[in-house]
Design a protein. Structure first.
Length: 290
């Protein structure tokens, strides 16, 4: 049977851990509220811009004058893996790393470069000696549009210069506190809308003001930057949701473990008291016998 002192130490240790996980859950909940508000407000705007962008690149004039829609044979691939800076958020980071490794395996015949965003992705790929650009690994130190815009501009300029033929984003899309789904999204070239067989609906037409050239020069780059920013916001909200869920489960597990330990402690204490009583009775009987 366990020693009373050992059980008491375990109870104190689990109780301290429970207080920490409870505090981390509350912090994650506060951060999640702000991050959730940002992505909920950004998502409709980003989706509509992306839809317009895809329609323009699929128009009758084609995408020959949109450099970001140029499709070419893929020999050089950039994978942007978006994780968090910290752990203790369940399978949040491991799911992204697994999905990224699956993409690497799928395109192993190509020249692959990695762009880790988040310290977890940076540390993981550093150990595996993959070619990478780590200049934008610390975007989550300041989740705002300006630093994310710089990262998006680097990716866009590299694509136009022919450094990469295709760019894929791998990140967690925020659904709710308990659900985050891994997304593998083509960032560049801009995807075209494919008409499904039997679809007789006419494609959307837009009246372009002041000119198509202006739209291409201004709207297309800004839309891509916003799309990149949305992925960062999605990942940020997903991280806090995953951490809140993980800390909630850890707190509940600690409570269950405390119940078991206290039961063991009480049983051990009762057994010790019973043994002491038996020893006293045995000693008294021995004295009477003498």
């Amino acid at each position: 049977m366990a020693n009373l002192k050992e059980v008491k130490e375990r109870i104190n240790s689990v109780s301290s851990t429970q207080q920490i996980t409870k505090a981390m859950k509350m912090v994650a909940a506060a951060k999640l509220r702000r991050a959730q508000d940002k992505i909920v407000q950004m998502r409709p705007y980003s989706q509509k811009l992306t839809s317009i962008l895809n329609n323009i690149s699929s128009g009758t004039e084609g995408s020959t004058d949109i450099v970001y829609a140029e499709e070419r044979e893929v020999s050089k691939l950039l994978i942007v893996a978006i994780t968090s800076d910290k752990g203790l958020c369940g399978a949040f980071n491991s799911n992204i790393l697994k999905a990224s490794m699956a993409l690497i395996e799928e395109h192993k015949d190509k020249e692959i470069t990695l762009m880790p965003v988040g310290k977890k992705a940076l540390d993981y790929f550093k150990k595996r000696s993959f070619p990478m650009n780590a200049d934008y690994a610390k975007l989550f130190e300041d989740v705002s549009f300006d630093p994310v815009k710089e990262a998006a501009e680097y990716v866009m300029k590299s694509f136009v210069a022919g450094k990469f033929d295709k760019v894929l984003l791998v990140y967690n899309e925020f659904k709710n506190v308990a659900t985050q789904s891994v997304v593998k999204e083509q960032f560049l070239p801009i995807s075209k809308l494919e008409r499904q067989e039997g679809d007789s609906r006419p494609s959307q037409e837009y009246i372009v003001e002041p000119s198509r050239e202006y739209i291409i020069e201004e709207l297309v780059p800004n839309s891509l930057k916003i799309q990149f920013y949305k992925a960062i916001l999605d990942s940020n909200a997903s991280e806090h949701g995953a951490r809140m869920t993980a800390m909630s489960k850890a707190t509940d597990n600690a409570a269950e473990l405390l119940k078991e330990l206290k039961l063991v402690y009480n049983r051990t204490r009762q057994a010790a008291i019973t043994n002491e009583i038996l020893e006293i009775v045995a000693g008294a009987n021995a004295l009477e016998g003498n």
